[in-house]
Design a protein around this ligand. Structure first.
Ligand code: CA
Length: 231
């Protein structure tokens, strides 16, 4: 049974979410603000965090960044709840390391589907898979360990979010091939996923930044999309 943390200051929404998730068989803990959420997350060993963007005091973006910086929570999937559907919020959320976002108001059905999808992605890229040589992709001095969910560039560990990791893995599996932003979205999120082309750009930007001097292995193909430099 997956254990989820909900960080939401509005009591009605918090209770609605936790009720529906518990009905779906999840174990749920609740926090009323960012500070409480972070404190719980540090020791709670959660499988996923649902994080409201607009919180009193420490906002969702700061909480998300803090989760990403802590090794214990760095790879825990985060679904951000945003009040508006504006791209800027979404982009900010993804930049801070969120894996997915849902715009309020949303139906419990959508939320549960997104939670399950995020847990599946994190399982398939994380522990629980057989380790072996086939689980390691090695290209241009970058090593992607798909079983252990670890990335190394020039031998140094690189701290990628679950979404960044999935995109890098996808591109690295097909070096030299050009993919459109929509193909990248499909590969990472499955079909019908409402991520904008701009948010793919943000993810790629984040990956390049984190890869540092190795960031240029992901090439922009003007007017089309992105590719991993050919071998
Ligand atoms: Ca709120």
């Amino acid at each position: 049974m997956a254990k989820l943390l909900i960080v939401e200051d509005e009591a009605d929404i918090r209770e609605l979410i936790s009720f529906n998730l518990e009905m779906s068989g999840f174990e749920v803990e609740k926090a009323r603000d960012g500070e409480e959420g972070l404190a719980l997350a540090k020791n709670g060993n959660f499988d996923l965090v649902i994080l409201d963007l607009m919180l009193p005091g420490m906002d969702g973006l700061k909480v998300c960044s803090a989760l990403r910086k802590n090794p214990d929570t760095a790879s825990t999937p985060v679904i951000m709840l945003t009040a508006r559907s504006q791209d800027d919020d979404v982009v900010d959320g993804l930049e801070s390391g969120a894996d997915d976002y849902i715009t309020k108001p949303f139906s419990p059905k959508i939320l549960i589907a997104r939670v399950k999808a995020a847990l599946r992605r994190s399982e398939s890229s994380g522990v629980g898979q057989e380790a072996g040589d086939s689980s390691r992709i090695s290209i241009h001095d970058i090593v992607i360990d798909t079983a252990r969910h670890e990335t190394f560039a020039g031998g140094s560990p690189v701290d990628l979010s679950a979404t960044e990791f999935s995109i890098l893995r996808f591109l690295a599996k097909n070096p030299g091939w050009v993919f459109s932003r929509n193909q990248i979205i499909d590969s990472v999120k499955g079909e019908d996923y409402p991520v904008t082309a701009r948010s793919v750009d943000v993810q790629i930007l984040g990956i390049r930044k984190k890869l540092g001097e190795y960031g240029n292995v992901i090439e922009t193909v003007r007017g089309i999309g992105y590719k991993m430099k050919g071998e």
